[in-house]
Design a protein around this ligand. Structure first.
Ligand SMILES: Nc1ncnc2c1ncn2[C@@H]1O[C@H](COP(=O)(O)OP(=O)(O)OP(=O)(O)O)[C@@H](O)[C@H]1O
Ligand SMILES: [Mg+2]
Length: 176
């Protein structure tokens, strides 16, 4: 039987505000939060530490681990909030296999604002080529993904507004 649990996957390029929004949603909803980075196998961590970008073959075991975590949570009756860049539809299709209802929340905005956010961020090293390469890789949510409940969000909104945008679009009624 399909679980009734909901999984909110906050997606978008580096620096788009995934962690900020996921933390706010998790606090507001009381749902379990995880960051996709926590699910990499040791081989991927070693590769990233050596400065080698991951390829899709490296990503499948990682995405599978995230999918299986969502299923485990759903089977225990837990809804979740997850951060994952989920730039390609094939990655999202794999995550969508989890038990429960997987909803993608795409933090979308113009490259200029994304660049400003990244520049203003302190204590967070990011190679200057990362944002352009992620924007080139990004496959926006398809009409079908949107028709089945995923949302495009505007990064120019404040984190508080974004929480309200999500709650009202998904008809999640929670007290303040
Ligand atoms: N809605 C927002 N309005 C203004 N600033 C924001 C907003 N969301 C996040 N920020 C700021 O933008 C920067 C990046 O946010 P955050 O770390 O949440 O992004 P991220 O997508 O998780 O990044 P990464 O891909 O590196 O994990 C931070 O300095 C954060 O405070
Ligand atoms: Mg983050």
């Amino acid at each position: 039987m399909k679980s009734a649990a909901t999984h909110l996957v906050v997606m978008g390029v580096a620096g788009s505000g995934k962690t900020t929004l996921a933390e706010a949603l998790s606090a507001r909803l009381g749902w379990t939060m995880a960051e996709a980075d926590e699910f990499h196998p040791a081989s991927n961590i070693a590769k990233m530490n050596s400065g080698t970008p991951l390829n899709d073959e490296d990503r499948w075991p990682w995405l599978t681990a995230i999918r299986d975590w969502m299923t485990k949570q759903a089977d225990a009756g837990q809804c979740t909030v997850l951060t994952c860049s989920a730039l390609k539809q094939s990655y999202r299709d794999l995550l969508s296999e989890a038990d429960g209802n997987v909803v993608f929340l795409h933090l979308n905005g113009d490259p200029e604002l994304l660049g400003e956010r990244i520049q203003n961020r302190t204590g967070h090293f990011m190679p200057p080529t990362l944002l352009p390469s992620q924007l080139a890789t990004l496959e926006p949510l398809t009409d079908e993904e949107i028709a089945t409940g995923s949302l495009v969000l505007d990064i120019s909104h404040t984190p508080e507004q974004l929480v309200e945008d999500v709650l009202s679009a998904l008809h999640l009624n929670v007290p303040n």
